[in-house]
Structure formats: C-alpha cells, structure tokens
Design a protein around this ligand. Sequence first.
Ligand code: GDP
Ligand code: MG
Length: 437
Amino acid sequence: MSGIIEASSALRKRKHLKRGINFTVMVVGQSGTGRSTFINTLCGQQVVDVSTTVLLPTDTATEVELQLREETVELEDDEGVKIQLNIIDTPGFGDSLDNTAAFEVVSDYVRHQYDEILLEESRVRRNPRFKDGRVHCCLYLVQATGHGLKEIDVEFMRQLGPLVNVIPLVCKADSLTPEELKLNKRLIMEDVARYGLPIYDFPFDEADVTQEDYDTYTYLRSILPFSIIGSNDVFTQAADAAAAGGPAAGEPQQIRGRKYPWGTLDVEDTTISDFVVLRNALLISHLHDLKDHTHEILYERYRTEALSGEGPTSGPHGPAVTSPTATGATGRSYSRVAGATTTPSAASTPRGEPGESSAGAPTLGSPAGEPSAPGAPGDPYTARDEQIRLEEERLRAFEERVQQELQLKRQELLARERELRDIEARLEREAAAAGED
Ligand SMILES: Nc1nc2c(ncn2[C@@H]2O[C@H](COP(=O)(O)OP(=O)(O)O)[C@@H](O)[C@H]2O)c(=O)[nH]1
Ligand SMILES: [Mg+2]
C-alpha cells in the first residue's frame, strides 16, 4: 500500500523544485509520549535533544509552563525537492492539572501567525522578507492505552481542530499487540465521531481526483489515527535476505530502530507501524493539500471572522508569544510570557464549544456563566465595545508598523545622502589635488 503513497508523489508541484517548500508542523502531546523522539525520527536526525527537553515548573507546583520550541531542518528527497521543515515541539504540554493555559498558548500561537498574514496582506508594500509562519499541520500524540481518548485529547482536538489541521497519532505503538493497537485505533476514531472532533481526515473532492488518488485518500482515512514508533538511535546491521530492492543480503544496512532483549525493531517497518505512510503523506503526497487546506479553509475562516469582528477569532494575539529568541544555530524558541498571554476578550471568550468546528461564527454574547468581556458577562453592548477596542488596537499596531517602516526608510535616505556628500567632497579634494600637480 505504501507504493500507492509513493506513486502519488506526482502530486507534488514541480515549481517548488528549486525554491524549496516551506512547511510547518507542530507536534503536541503530553510529556513522555515521545514527541521529541518522533521529531528526530521524522527528520532522520537529532533535531531535538531528548535529554534537554526539561520541564520547568513555575511558581505553583501544579503549573508547568508550556514552551513552543521551533527548529528548522532542510530536508531533500531523492528527486532533489527541498523542504524547509519548521518543526515546533511543545515541551510542558499537558503537565499541569488544568491545561486551559496550555491550549491557549498553542491556539494563540496559531492565531498570531494568521494575524501576521492578515497584517501583511493589508500592507501597501509587501515585505519581501516576510516569513509565513502558519502551522500547516498539528500532529497530536495520543498515548497508546488500548482505550479511547482522554479528556485532554478530546479538549485539545475540539479547541484546535477549527484552527489547524490536527492529525491524531498513536505513539509508542510497539507497546501494544496488533489486536490491542487495532482496538485502540477503533476506539479513538469512535471518540472522534462521538464528540464531533474536527480532525484533518484527508478530505477530498471526489469529482476532482483520479482513481489512484482516491485510493490513497481512502486508505489514509482508513488507517487513522496513524500508529508510530520512534527512535533516537541508528544501528548498523546485516540486511534482511528477503528485502527486495534493498542492499544485497549480508551487506550492512543502517536502520533507525529500538533494541530490545529479544531483538531490534525497525521504525520504518511498515508491518508494525504507520510511520512511513505518515511521513510520505506529510512530506510528499499531502504536503500541498495540508498547505492549501490551511490557507483556503482554516485561514480564510479566521480572516472572515476577524475582519467581520465576529467569533472568538477576532482580536490580536501578538502578546501571546514573545518575539523569537535564538536557541542555537538551528532554531527559535517561543515561550509564554507570564501575565501577558492573551488579551482579556480573546482569553475569556469561550472556544471549542461543541459544533463550533463549522464555519458558522459563534455569537459574541457568550453563553451563560462565561464572561464575554471583563466585568460584564454576556452584555452585548460591552462585547461590541470590546470588539471596537480590539479593532482599534489592531489598527494602532498597523499604524505603528507603518511609522516604523517610514522611520527606517528616512534613516536609509539620510545615510545615503551622507554617503553621496562624502563622495562629492572626496572627488572635489581629488580634483583639487590633481589641479595642484
Ligand atoms: N517503546 C517506545 N518508547 C519510546 C517511543 N518513542 C519514544 N520513546 C521513549 O519514551 C521516552 C520519552 O521520549 P521523549 O521523546 O523524550 O518524549 P517527550 O517528553 O514527549 O518529548 C524516551 O525514553 C524514549 O526513548 C516509542 O515509539 N516506543
Ligand atoms: Mg521532549
């Protein structure tokens, strides 16, 4: 079946061959589920140091700060297609008793990227160096338990599903027997259906796809959630004599695997996990689908709601994320700023109510018990004022940026003028010296 996935690499757009494709994936899951190991496995290199993803407890014992740690890796496949893979790890996720704040950090980050695009779109002159930081896919790691989803899983997918392409994974698939894994997958999908969780289930337009693509889509849907096995270790071992098309029998072969007392397991073995299928879908066959879905459906909905001032998506989300700070040669790190997580309205407007996943904008006058604006629960007038305030804030931020740009341009011109004057003076001096000779 993986042949079908590989064959559909024809879907890839050739124009990206030279330029490289920018693709952003966020990996979310409770600590210990194997997030970092999965990232290293996906990238085929040590991108995240497993031992240094230390959890930093904050002032209270039950609160653990969630960090968003971004790394960029350049991947190139055998056809020379380059992918700038931005991968965001989420150390600290799910480690608090109350995970509301962690959900907010993630959703604020996603919204912030949309806000940046919105702002960029409204510029008279585009910034040629603008980087589209939108998250194209959020891989959500569900613990392999043999049961269905836990409350934290349901809540996360419910809240983030309308904003970003969430794909559920069952991690550490090697800890379940094949039957247990099958049951685990079925129970997870039953929960997804029961709670109406808006996951990315490889949607497609039947009228628009070839038979081959149709088979790929339906196959990918049928194996959701993808089961994965991760490893940080690469071993050299003799190739399996039965391996068709691979190195000759007996020839040493590098495998990324896990060593057990009874033997070594290859994470790329398609008979024991869906890792290779997932990697191909993510980085080859469905990379553009994920990007298109992000732009055409998710961002478009966000944009409509933000500009019409409707729904929970309105309002700037900039303060949620600190500006990027260098964490080394490869990456950037975002961490939550205490006390400056969201604007009051964005934080207090309830999100993720059942049914919210549809494009319909939830009303601003919030349901009972949930304040829609500070100090005035459910008051539509206060909500309207709040909305106006947010719009004003957005405009102010925009104005500030324009001012900064102007200032920069002015300084550039002044510097240029000084340079020209210097050149002029030097030429005059040289001419005078030449005259004296
Ligand atoms: N059995 C098994 N263990 C795994 C797998 N992936 C990661 N681990 C182990 O789980 C532990 C936590 O992994 P890590 O990647 O640090 O998890 P994180 O806290 O979610 O980033 C480490 O000891 C890993 O070796 C897997 O697929 N199977
Ligand atoms: Mg980690």
